[in-house]
Design a protein. Structure first.
Ligand SMILES: Cc1cc2nc3c(=O)[nH]c(=O)nc-3n(C[C@H](O)[C@H](O)[C@H](O)COP(=O)(O)OP(=O)(O)OC[C@H]3O[C@@H](n4cnc5c(N)ncnc54)[C@H](O)[C@@H]3O)c2cc1C
Length: 307
C-alpha cells in the first residue's frame, strides 16, 4: 500500500533505545509489529545517515515499524470526496460557515457565505479553525492553534526508501514518487492562524536534517508551507457530542489527524447518528479537561521521538 519500506526512528543513547524497546513491546502487545535495531542493522538499512565518528548525536540503534509509510493525502481526500458524492452526500465547495442558527438552546443550522442551511445535527470538523468556529457557537475550547511547516526539495534519484525520523531532534523525512525529499520538524513556537511558517523553524529543521543526513547539505529546497494545527493540552483529539444541543465536535488532532481519518470518521458518524459517543472514543470527550482525567497519548505523534 505504501511507497516506503517502513518507518525508522533513530535512537541516540542507550536510554533512548531502552525506551524504544518499551514502546516496541507495547506495540506488539497491541498486535502491531515493531523491531528494535542495533547500530549495524540501522546502518545496513539506511547507510546514508551520519555514522561517522564526528556525528553530532551518534546513532545507537532504532525502532522499526516495517509496514509503515506515507499515503498521498490529496488522493485520499479526493477518494473520500468521490465516494461520499457517490453515496448521495452533497459537498458544497468554497462555502464558509460564518455563524450558527439557534432555536433556544439548540443549534439548528449554519449561516454561510452562500446562505442559511438548516440541519438537525451539525458536526464540526474544521481542524485549524476549531477554536474559531467553536467560539462562534459559544464553546470555549482547550485548544491552541500553531503552525506546522513541511518542506520539499528538488527531485533526486531514489535515496530514501523508508520514513526516517530523527530521535535526537525534530526532523522526519521520506522521498516522494517524484523524487523530492519531503520533510518537516516541530511547530512554530507561538500561536497563529497564519498558513505560513517563520524562518527560525526553517533553520532548525535544516540543522537537524544535515546533522542526520549530511549528504543532503547541498540539495535545494523547492518549497515549504504551513498549516494550522489545533493542539490540545494532552495531545489527544476531542471527538464527542458537545454541551450544546445539536452540535458535535471532531477536532484537536494536533499533528496526527490524517492517519486517523478512517477510524475517526467512522466513530464520528456513529456518534452523530446515535447521539452517543462510539465506545472507541468514549474517553475523548471534552469533559476530561474539567475532571482532569486527560489521556497521555503523545506517544502516537512526533513528540514521541524525544521521549
Ligand atoms: C505540515 C503538516 C504536516 C502534517 N503531517 C501529518 C502526518 O504526517 N500525519 C498525520 O496523521 N497528520 C498530519 N498532519 C495533520 C493533519 O493534516 C490534520 O490533523 C488533518 O488534516 C485534520 O483533518 P480534518 O479533516 O479534521 O481537517 P482539515 O483537513 O484541516 O479540513 C478542515 C476543513 O475545514 C474547512 N474550514 C475551516 N473553517 C471553515 C469554515 N468557517 N467554514 C467551512 N469550512 C471551514 C477548511 O477549509 C478545511 O477544508 C499534518 C499537518 C500539517 C499542517
Amino acid at each position: 500500500m505504501f511507497s516506503q519500506r517502513g518507518q525508522i526512528v533513530t535512537a541516540h543513547s542507550a536510554d533512548q533505545l531502552d525506551s524504544f524497546s518499551h514502546r516496541a513491546n507495547v506495540m506488539r502487545l497491541n498486535g502491531i509489529d515493531a523491531d528494535i535495531l542495533d547500530r549495524d542493522a540501522v546502518r545496513r538499512l539506511v547507510p546514508y545517515l551520519d555514522f561517522s565518528d564526528t556525528a553530532r548525536f551518534p546513532i545507537h540503534g532504532a525502532i522499526l515499524q516495517g509496514r509503515a509509510g506515507t499515503a498521498r493525502h490529496d488522493a485520499v481526500a479526493w477518494g473520500y470526496a468521490r465516494a461520499a458524492d457517490g453515496h448521495g452526500v452533497d459537498i458544497i465547495q468554497n462555502c464558509e460557515v460564518t455563524g450558527f442558527v439557534r432555536d433556544g438552546d439548540r443549534i439548528v443550522g449554519v449561516d454561510t457565505n452562500k446562505g442559511r442551511i438548516g440541519a438537525g445535527k451539525i458536526g464540526l470538523a474544521v481542524a485549524g479553525h476549531t477554536s474559531v468556529l467553536g467560539q462562534k457557537a459559544g464553546l470555549e475550547l482547550p485548544i491552541e492553534s500553531h503552525v506546522l511547516q513541511a518542506f520539499v526539495t528538488e527531485p533526486l534519484k531514489p535515496l530514501v526508501d523508508h520514513v526516517v525520523a530523527y530521535g535526537a531532534d525534530h526532523f522526519y523525512v521520506s522521498q516522494s514518487d517524484k523524487g523530492g525529499l519531503v520533510f518537516g520538524g516541530n511547530l512554530d513556537g507561538y500561536n497563529s492562524y497564519a498558513q505560513r511558517g517563520n524562518l527560525g523553524v526553517v533553520r532548525e529543521v535544516a540543522e537537524a536534517a544535515i546533522a542526520l543526513m549530511p549528504c543532503i547539505s547541498r540539495v535545494r529546497l523547492l518549497r515549504h508551507w504551513g498549516g494550522v494545527m489545533d493542539m490540545t493540552p494532552d495531545a489527544s483529539p476531542i471527538i464527542c457530542p458537545t454541551p450544546i444541543d445539536g452540535l458535535y465536535l471532531n477536532g484537536g488532532w494536533c499533528y496526527g489527524g490524517f492517519k486517523a481519518t478512517p477510524a475517526s470518521g467512522w466513530c464520528f458518524a456513529h456518534t452523530l447518528a446515535t447521539g452517543k459517543p462510539h465506545p472507541l472514543i468514549a474517553a475523548y470527550g471534552l469533559d476530561r479537561f474539567r475532571t482532569g482525567r486527560t489521556l497521555d497519548e503523545a506517544g502516537v505523534g512526533p513528540s514521541a521521538w524525544l521521549q
